[in-house]
Design a binder for this molecule. Structure first.
Ligand code: URA
Length: 210
């Protein structure tokens, strides 16, 4: 199991997640809840960002005030379901840069196959938050992290809604330096690589493509 695993089990997140799990929840509601949860999770996943100070003038006097230091963050969405986490995160950090990686799962091998990649410059000096609602087999997460490491990223975190024990183990073995943040650790994967009890296909539920 990954030592770098953070379960963000705030009551508001758990409540919203229960509504998302319910098969009767509509796509519109599902999308909104994922946005709200991502904002709350983003808050936790960024709580140790480095600060420096700058001199400002309040209406009353000068002060040395804290400000985020270093290069802008980069959110890395694993298409397509990762996009469901982006809008909440961008509300939290509007100046963040955004990367995309397109991966699909080969239905036979469950391995990740890349079809799209676009990244901002200077990944080596940014905190990169890779986002995908589901850490299932871990193949997509590992492939995405392999790729952004090859592009120079050194400081990487992974944010998902649900993690499986299998996915966490695979990620910990391949990328022990990457901390995983999840709203729940579910029981197991089924034979098709779906998380149980899970939420179903995150992309289909987000975009109404079932
Ligand atoms: N991807 C999904 O959308 N759902 C799962 O349960 C696993 C992978």
């Amino acid at each position: 199991m990954n030592n770098n695993f953070v379960l963000i089990d705030h009551p508001l997140i758990q409540h919203k997640l229960t509504i998302m799990r319910d098969r009767e929840t509509t796509s519109g509601k599902f999308r909104l809840l994922l946005k709200e949860i991502s904002l709350l999770m983003g808050y936790e996943a960024t709580r140790d960002l480095p600060l420096s100070s700058k001199n400002i003038e309040t209406p009353l006097e000068e002060m040395e005030a804290p400000t985020l230091s270093g290069k802008k963050l980069c959110f890395f969405s694993i298409l397509r379901a990762g996009d469901g986490l982006l809008s909440g995160l961008l509300e939290l950090v509007p100046s963040a840069r955004i990367g995309h990686i397109g991966l699909y799962r080969d239905s036979e091998t469950l391995e990740a196959v890349e079809y799209f990649f676009k990244a901002p410059k200077q990944l080596s000096s940014r905190l990169c938050l890779v986002v995908d609602p589901m850490l299932a087999t871990g193949h997509s997460a590992c492939a995405a992290i392999d790729k952004i490491k090859r592009h120079g990223a050194k400081n990487i975190r992974f944010i998902c809604l649900l993690a499986s024990p299998e996915g966490l183990t695979v990620l910990a073995e391949r990328h022990p330096d990457v901390t995983v943040y999840a709203a729940a650790l579910d029981r197991e994967l089924n034979s098709k690589g779906y998380i149980l009890p899970g939420i179903g296909d995150a992309g289909d539920r987000l975009f109404g493509t079932t």
